[in-house]
Write a protein that binds this ligand. Structure first.
Ligand code: MN
Ligand code: MN
Length: 283
């Protein structure tokens, strides 16, 4: 493939690949600012910024064979997007390939999680996303951890960096386990990730990064920016602490129309590389 059509370095055929990368161009339940559907192509372009090997993970790594699945999810209803995602990512999950997905809005995580059995989900997000339904649909970006809790059990879901929650999310018996960004500033990211990894029951951990979990100073290009967020280095430390337990990774809510400098897509691509490096290092 030529420059910009596939993720940088993702030149493997599906059958030979250890890992797959794919985009989900869906943003139809966005409540504030849409445009996340454009993120996959921007993140692919940004991926050509970087060296293939990141020295801090050790030079001379066996290089990972990555296949680019292309994009799916350019449809209207969330239910249609769910079918597309299951069709695109389901076989890769069943075939035991490491999966990296980029949204699209955060709702794209719901059908990805449903492709898996026996995982826990850790989200990095300014929002708890634990509503039963939002604006008339249970498949909104605001319902991601609630749907995951139904599929995996609430003791296999954990949210890091939360700093915006609705009363209805906190005044219930089954509040989704979480640590706020304010608490992380007090105790440090290492303690927070230790607590999250101790809290979940399953060995394999899928990490879903809603880019608004990171402070808008670093990741301004998103639909619902929220001050007092995590740093990119915090996210790097989270991924490295999950280490060999990492089952899959996604980045959602990058919104290119709100990111004229492109810096948010660059950060997203670098964190995709981080997840691939960690998987490569442990397998
Ligand atoms: Mn969010
Ligand atoms: Mn979210």
């Amino acid at each position: 493939m030529s420059y910009g059509t596939s993720y940088a370095g993702a030149e493997s055929d599906y059958s030979d690949a250890d890992a797959v990368f794919g985009g989900i161009s869906y943003d139809r339940t966005s409540s504030f600012k849409s445009g996340a559907r454009e993120a996959p192509s921007h993140i692919r372009r940004a991926s050509y910024n970087f060296e293939e090997i990141h020295f801090e993970h050790g030079l001379g790594l066996p290089s990972l064979r990555v296949h680019d699945l292309g994009d799916c999810g350019d449809c209207f209803l969330p239910e249609e997007m769910f079918e597309d995602v299951a069709f695109n990512f389901g076989p890769a999950v069943r075939d035991g390939k490491f999966t990296v997905a980029v949204g699209g809005e955060h709702s794209v995580n719901i059908p990805i999680v449903r492709c898996f059995r026996d995982i826990a989900l850790i989200t990095i997000d300014a929002h708890l996303d634990s509503r039963d339904e939002y604006l008339g649909t249970p498949y909104s970006h605001a319902c991601v951890t609630r749907r995951a809790a139904e599929h995996l059990g609430i003791d296999n879901v954990f949210a890091l960096g939360v700093r915006s929650m609705a009363r209805e999310e906190l005044e219930r018996d089954d509040v989704v386990p979480h640590i706020t960004s304010f608490e992380i500033f007090e105790t440090g990211i290492e303690k927070a990730i230790e607590k999250a990894l101790d809290s979940v029951k399953k060995e394999r951990v899928y990490v879903s990064l809603d880019i608004d979990g990171i402070d808008p100073a670093y990741a301004p290009g998103t639909g619902t920016p929220e001050p007092f967020g995590l740093t990119p280095m915090d996210v790097k430390k989270i991924l490295n602490s999950v280490g060999g337990r990492l089952a899959g990774f996604d980045i959602t809510e990058v919104c290119p129309p709100a990111d004229p400098s492109g810096i948010t897509s660059v950060l997203a691509a670098r964190l995709v590389n981080e997840a691939l490096s960690i998987y490569s290092k442990h397998h």
